[in-house]
Design a protein. Structure first.
Length: 302
């Protein structure tokens, strides 16, 4: 078996990856709050994927709305109806698709930019690193929400505009963290050996630095998703997202325009707000658990 593993390095690498994932999962399971967050996220993701089955494909139709405007919760409509007579529960289920999609894609864009800038700045150093860090500092001190609103205002109102607006304004924190980790990795002896053996810049950054900063990037991603969902809800509430799609922030905007606040129609306001809070809390719990697993010292202090 040992001879076969040595003769097949890819199989050995896959076996090591499986063992690493198994160790990670065993450590993750010891954090009950992380399991609660993961369970809630899996449940919400399944509901979002099965939205046409759960509430029907025509639930968003305005012309074929099954109820009257702003009906209070009842047996037929557990969460009441909106100003067009559509079920708030159906809107909530379909809105999870947009909110989760925007949060995930915006976080991916943010982490991708931050990781690229952090690794490049930490590897090359010198004046090039100084310029990159000054640009990062400029984005870091500017209010993220103000920059996102400015971008969303000058661009077309669409889901991709919101994703870009969030992604390109929230990467500086990731860049700072990745740069610090890159400097720590590149001070290790095996990096010097890689350079002595002829390893170029791209080889060192992709084969040695990137794998060592990925645990930090993973933990940072889970933390960013929750803030991205909150930012998307804020932009939608301000009317800067695509009005033709249903999201939780858009539901809050529609409820405000329909006068639900002054009329006391709580069933139109509370569900999307609670859903946003639950998803943000779930991602935060998962992020803290992942961070504790990847950094045992942090887990011991908590």
């Amino acid at each position: 078996m040992t001879t076969q593993a040595v003769s097949n390095p890819r199989a050995l690498a896959r076996a090591r990856k499986r063992q690493s994932l198994a160790r990670f999962w065993r450590s993750y399971r010891s954090h009950k709050e992380g399991l609660w967050g993961l369970g809630l996220l899996v449940l919400i993701a399944l509901i979002a994927l099965l939205a046409p089955v759960v509430v029907g494909e025509d639930a968003l139709s305005v012309t074929d709305a099954p109820g009257g405007p702003l009906e209070s919760p009842s047996g037929e409509f557990p969460l009441g109806t909106d100003q067009f007579g559509r079920s708030v529960l159906a809107l909530l289920v379909y809105g999870s698709r947009i909110s989760l999609t925007v949060g995930l894609l915006a976080a991916f864009l943010c982490v991708a930019i931050g990781t690229l800038v952090g690794i490049v700045a930490g590897h090359y150093r010198g004046w090039f690193s100084t310029v990159l860090m000054r640009i990062t500092d400029w984005f870091l001190v500017m209010p993220t929400l103000v920059l996102a609103i400015a971008l969303a205002t000058v661009m077309d109102r669409s889901m991709w505009t919101v994703i870009i607006a969030i992604g390109v304004t929230t990467w500086p924190t990731t860049a700072r963290l990745v740069r610090a980790q890159t400097l720590a990795v590149e001070s290790r002896p095996y990096i010097e050996r890689a350079r002595a053996l002829g390893g170029g810049h791209s080889h060192i950054m992709t084969r040695h630095v990137l794998p060592n900063v990925m645990p930090l990037v993973l933990a940072q991603t889970t933390m960013i998703i929750s803030s991205a969902i909150l930012t998307e809800a804020t932009l939608a509430f301000l009317g800067l997202s695509d009005p033709t799609v249903t999201s939780w922030g858009g539901m809050l905007q529609d409820a405000r325009e329909a006068g639900a606040v002054s009329a006391g129609d709580w069933w139109y306001l509370a569900p999307p707000g609670i859903a946003i809070a639950i998803v943000a809390l779930s991602f935060t719990l998962c992020g803290r658990a992942v961070e504790a697993v990847l950094n045992p010292k942090l887990g011991a202090r908590s």
